[in-house]
Design a protein around this ligand. Structure first.
Ligand code: NAI
Length: 328
């Protein structure tokens, strides 16, 4: 039998955690034949609720779930971790300035990055979900100099999935017919969902849509502001869909993209497409054998260029701000 994979989830007692843990334990994160050990990392106030969730996980008698550890100590939580899902974060509260938000999250992601550096397994893969995800991932990555930078990623898969769904609804296509969609930039309102290279049942998506006004005035803002629309409707932020996207992100990273398709991941830039090296930006990537590569050679038209640049500009400003705060 295979050795269990150690999966650490921070913010395990939160609403995404509640939607995520059961799917990890049932084999959807890594595969139906991969046993897992779960490490739930919370803050002291979250421990009791995490214990309650662990009781429910026990009650599912998942055949793949070997053991569960609950802790508020990052060194313990990341010990031997092969996969870390950093979900717990400090949300923006009313009246909070960007600098306050970044420093509050720096206080979480810097020590967690160091704990990953010092305790995780050599093959550690990190997905940051907690917002601001890209910059939190950068903070954690900078605090982990012994871990290859490319192991730190940020989640834009929810945006990717949202864009596919909107495009399917617009064109009447099946979700499974849509390929090669790209989210560029930051997981924020500036993100750019790009359909110019996407395909719908083998045809170019932008040509199938043939409606630049819809693209600019409906599609892009709908995808970018979907999080706010969910809060408005549900009275709480996206949780099940965010958890689903986290599952998709890691599953694709570990198990590979399908031939002829790609996905979107926030990853440290290597300078491709004029995105400054080092910032964690979303790109089109293919994955294979647990590694990802940026899709190269895409022609970027003027419409796309302006939007990619605007989102990257925001990421550069966030990077500069956390640098000034001494967080990276
Ligand atoms: P939540 O507030 O329900 O849960 C957060 C949990 O994190 C709480 O249980 C809290 O105790 C815990 N926590 C806080 N600081 C921690 C620390 N230092 N170590 C360990 N645990 C800690 O929030 P929810 O709804 O689960 O969302 C979590 C994060 O995910 C938020 O930052 C949210 O903005 C983000 N998010 C990101 C998305 C993306 O597409 N990248 C999509 C949706 C949400």
């Amino acid at each position: 039998t295979r050795t269990p994979v150690n999966v650490t989830v921070t913010g395990a007692a939160g609403q995404i955690g509640y939607a995520l843990l059961f799917r990890i334990a049932s084999g959807h994160l890594l595969g139906p034949d991969v046993p897992v050990n779960l490490r739930l990392l919370e803050i002291p106030q979250g421990l009791k609720a995490a214990e309650g969730t662990a009781m429910e996980l026990d009650d599912c008698a998942f055949p793949l779930l070997r053991n569960i550890e609950i802790t508020d100590n990052p060194d313990v939580g990341f010990a031997g971790a092969n996969v870390a899902l950093l979900v717990g974060a400090r949300p923006r509260t009313k009246g909070m300035e960007r600098g306050d938000l970044l420093s509050a999250n720096g206080g979480i992601f810097k020590p967690q990055g160091k704990a990953i550096n010092d305790n995780a397994a050599d093959d550690i893969k990190v997905l940051v979900v907690g917002n601001p995800a890209n910059t939190n991932a950068l903070i954690a990555q900078a605090a982990a100099p012994d871990v290859p930078a490319e192991r730190f990623t940020a989640m834009t898969r929810l945006d990717h999935n949202r864009a596919i769904s909107q495009l399917a609804a617009k064109t009447g296509a099946a979700v499974s017919d849509i390929k090669r969609l790209t989210i560029w930039g930051n997981h924020s309102a500036t993100q750019y969902p790009d359909i110019f290279h996407a395909e719908i049942a083998g045809k170019n998506a932008a040509e199938v849509v043939n409606d630049e006004l819809w693209l600019a005035d409906t599609f892009i803002p709908t995808v970018a502001k979907r999080g706010a629309a969910i809060i408005e409707a549900r009275g709480a932020s996206s949780a099940a869909s965010a958890a689903n996207a986290a599952i998709d992100h890691v599953h694709t990273w570990v198990n590979g993209t399908a031939e002829g398709d790609w996905t979107s991941m926030g990853i440290p830039s290597d300078g491709s497409y004029g995105v400054p090296e080092g910032i964690i930006s979303s790109f089109p990537v293919t994955t294979k054998d647990g590694k990802y590569e940026i899709v190269q050679g895409l022609d970027i038209n003027e419409f796309s260029r302006a939007r990619i640049d605007a989102s990257v500009q925001e990421l550069t400003e966030e990077r500069d701000a956390v640098r000034e705060l001494g967080l990276i």
